[in-house]
Design a protein around this ligand. Structure first.
Ligand SMILES: [Zn+2]
Length: 405
């Protein structure tokens, strides 16, 4: 019964849309730009950004281009700031304003982080499950709206039947919507490096009650690291906005039956903004390199300290004071060592032996041993190393006497 009623509503909607078309000469006079999501509905979330912000940035740039280059065409935004607007109110605005086209701007997301590219949708029968899934994600915003079932004729984004039923709803301006969608995809292909995923149909709620030519464009994947960077860059946002703008000009030519030359993409992108961004990026890169160099030189200094800690006499001998033995290997700066300096450890038959200090002769090491005793290591004693190998005092004397001869 519910679906019977919905089918009636659908046909009533369709017929009133058809009669709404007038026969006066077509002019492109008003564009509704709809930056998707907003406020407490962020849309898809990437590593460095949220979809709602990118949609708004691109939408505003598109509006600026229309205002600057397509006078007296009027721009109406569904939102110009970071606040949410119910999906139904977005389409109602387009209808109330009697807009000539409705452009909803979104960014895509996928669990597959390699997924990339742009695609543009019109309301209609989804041919693949992937297209239904894409619409489901964008439609999910209504779950946060009050009385959504009432407002959207019983639509439930999570119900497969609902998605199939709404797929049958076609915009009365399907043909015009398809022309605009394909021109947008062509322009993305020409002007950006993004993969062209094509023009598709799916049951998007923001489109289904819009009784003017309407498209929803997914301008790239926020879930793809490289594409997210591009979507966040001034160059990316301008290339996308300018591509949509050129497609709008092509659509206008088609609608009005005239051939006007199209501007080049470069003439539409403000070079200062791109230059400014390039300089900022260079600055950031230089700061990063400097920080890396500083870090490396600090590491080198630390290594130098360690080398200088070990004082080897001209016979290749080092005198140290052994103060502690344990099965456990501790860090040289462990609090266990009561703040003793120049802790050096060596392994002897499975035991870790810890020494402190580094001296050129026995008597200096022996003096230091007295200081260590005061710290509580009463059994501390002098040990001698030759090429990092522990040797006896007798062997050390022998080496020293040989060298002195
Ligand atoms: Zn979205």
């Amino acid at each position: 019964m519910r679906y019977f009623l919905l089918i009636c509503i659908f046909f009533m909607g369709l017929s009133s849309d058809i009669y709404a078309q007038d026969s006066s000469p077509k002019r492109l006079k008003k564009i509704v730009i709809d930056p998707g999501h907003g406020g407490d509905k962020p849309g898809a979330v990437g590593k460095i950004s949220q979809e709602k912000d990118l949609n708004l940035a691109i939408g505003l740039k598109l509006g600026e281009l229309v205002n600057e280059h397509l006078k007296p065409c009027e721009v109406v935004y569904t939102r110009k700031t970071d606040h949410d607007v119910d999906l139904i109110r977005r389409s109602q605005l387009a209808n109330r304003e009697k807009a000539d086209i409705f452009i909803s701007i979104h960014c895509n997301a996928s669990r597959n982080h390699d997924a990339s590219g742009s695609e543009t949708f019109v309301m209609g029968l989804a041919k693949t499950q992937a297209n239904i899934e894409a619409a489901k994600k964008e439609n999910a915003d209504i779950l946060m709206e009050a009385n959504y079932a009432e407002k959207y004729d019983g639509f439930d984004p999570n119900s497969p039947e609902s998605n199939i039923f709404f797929s049958f709803y076609q915009n009365a301006y399907l043909e015009q919507s398809l022309i605009l969608a394909s021109k947008i995809q062509d322009q993305f292909s020409t002007n950006t490096k993004m993969l062209n995923r094509g023009v598709k149909q799916a049951p998007y709620l923001v489109l289904y009650k819009t009784s003017v030519p309407a498209i929803l464009t997914e301008v790239g994947f926020i879930s793809n690291q490289k594409e997210e960077q591009y979507l966040n860059s001034q160059l990316g946002q301008y290339e996308i906005a300018a591509s949509i703008f050129i497609a709008v000009l092509q659509y206008k030519n088609h609608l009005e039956g005239v051939i006007r030359p199209l501007p080049s993409i470069n003439s539409l992108i403000p070079r200062e903004a791109i230059e400014k961004e390039r300089r900022a990026r260079e600055k950031e890169e230089a700061a990063k390199q400097l920080a890396q160099k500083l870090k490396e030189s600090l590491n080198q200094d630390e290594n130098k300290d360690i080398k200088e800690d070990t004082i080897i006499n001209n016979c290749g001998l080092v005198y140290r004071v052994q103060f502690f033995t344990d099965k456990t290997k501790y860090s040289p700066d462990s609090s266990k060592f009561k703040g003793l300096d120049s802790v050096y450890m060596y392994n002897d038959s499975g035991l870790w032996k810890y020494t402190s200090g580094s001296f050129m002769d026995f008597s200096s090491a022996n003096d230091y041993r007295e200081k260590i005793k005061i710290k509580g290591y009463k059994d501390a004693f002098v040990v001698i190393f030759n090429n990092n190998e522990r040797i006896s005092l007798a062997k050390a004397r022998e080496i020293e006497s040989k060298i002195k001869k």
